[in-house]
Design a protein around this ligand. Structure first.
Ligand code: 8OZ
Length: 364
């Protein structure tokens, strides 16, 4: 038992977070032309600068990495310039911000791929799930299996996007190794039936994630590199025959690489925490840097987990959408505003930058 509180400062790499509550990555599908973040994006993140740390929405490392309409990228100069406006706005209001980098792999659609090509994956197995494209939901497309000699290019795309992130003023990057996207497609055997060095054994299935992480850490520093995992989440049609040994192994290797945090989606992403047996304490014991816990946390659960010493930081997702001043509300016990599910994905300011902070609400 400890008497730490969620509102105490925490040292993360070279940053001092003023509290232990992190804004989780949240896809909002509002990038502008060229998949560039807009002034509205800068306003949205600036409004949330009191978070201990902001982790941005998932951001593509290449054109091929896109799987949903209007999600931002970080591989063109215009995108770097757009993100610079965001990081400047957050820093001006005293905040800290990491960008989450992803490649969606097979969770994509031919209409989002360069030249209308098939999305790429470890194996040519189509996921039973949908994506948001052409202003509606559609089944994801049949993927093609990546050739062995294409994998260094993917590692390099992550490395380059991490360098771009620093050029854009980010404090660090989070590698999206969760939720059924490319890196997790390699990790979990339901999506990976390769017989080369990237499939089969636990070591082989972890290889791409670990190569990407090593390349990013080498480029920008392990103290600015975090990794997100979701060991038992079934989202995006994922299955894994032995998640505990698979993820214990990954945690040991990430510990050796010295990455600054492990961000763990506990249970089914955005759904029940109890979905399959998994020992998160065993995972955490293998990783000696910061453990960032995610999924369904509220003030009470996060406080008790912190007191028990089960995690260092706690990511809150949906509450940050409708409460830009979430930290102040949690601290003072003020009521939380409800989210409007209709304005989560796509659109403009409505349901994005127009949720008031309490002080504003009182002034109206
Ligand atoms: C919701 C809608 C689209 C994408 C994830 C990036 O699950 C996502 C995502 C969430 O990690």
């Amino acid at each position: 038992m400890t008497n730490r509180t969620l509102f105490d400062a925490f040292r993360l790499g070279n940053l001092t977070l003023p509290n232990r509550i992190v804004m989780a990555p949240l896809t909002r599908n509002r990038a502008g032309k060229g998949l560039v973040p807009t002034e509205l994006t800068a306003t949205y993140y600036r409004q949330r600068a009191s978070a201990g740390l902001i982790i941005t929405e998932a951001t593509q490392v290449s054109e091929q990495a896109q799987g949903y309409q209007d999600t931002p990228g970080l591989y063109t100069q215009a995108q770097i310039d757009g993100w610079r406006r965001v990081t400047d706005a957050v820093h001006a209001d005293g905040g800290r911000i990491f960008v989450q980098l992803w490649h969606v792999g097979r969770i994509s659609h031919v209409d989002l791929q360069p030249g209308g090509a098939a999305p790429v994956a470890p194996s040519a197995i189509r996921a039973q799930t949908q994506t948001f494209v052409n202003n509606g939901f559609a089944e994801v497309s049949e993927p093609r299996a990546l050739a062995l000699d294409e994998l260094p290019g993917i590692v390099n795309d992550f490395r380059q996007a991490a360098a771009n992130a620093i050029a854009a003023g980010f404090d660090g990057v989070e590698i999206h190794g969760a939720n059924g996207y490319l890196l997790e497609q390699f990790i979990k055997d339901g999506a990976n039936q390769r017989s080369d060095a990237y499939g089969g054994s636990i070591e082989n299935r972890a290889r791409l994630l670990l190569e990407v992480t090593a390349a990013v850490a080498n480029e920008i520093g392990a103290d600015r590199t975090g990794v997100r995992l979701s060991p038992v989440s079934p989202v995006n049609d994922m299955t894994c025959s032995d998640p505990q040994s698979q993820y214990n192994y990954i945690a040991e290797r990430l510990n050796e690489l010295g990455v600054v945090y492990l961000h763990v989606v506990e249970g089914a992403t955005g759904g029940p925490r109890q979905v399959a047996p998994f020992d998160y304490a065993a995972l955490r014991s293998r990783f000696h840097q910061t453990y960032l816990a995610n999924n369904g946390y509220d003030l009470e659960l996060a406080s008790s987990r912190l007191t028990e010493g089960q995690a260092d930081l706690f990511a809150f997702g949906r509450p940050f959408i409708s409460n830009p001043d979430l930290i102040a509300r949690l601290k003072t016990g003020a009521p939380l505003a409800a989210i409007n599910p209709a304005t989560l994905y796509g659109g403009g300011a409505e349901g994005y930058t127009d949720y008031p902070a309490l002080a504003d609400a009182h002034a109206q």
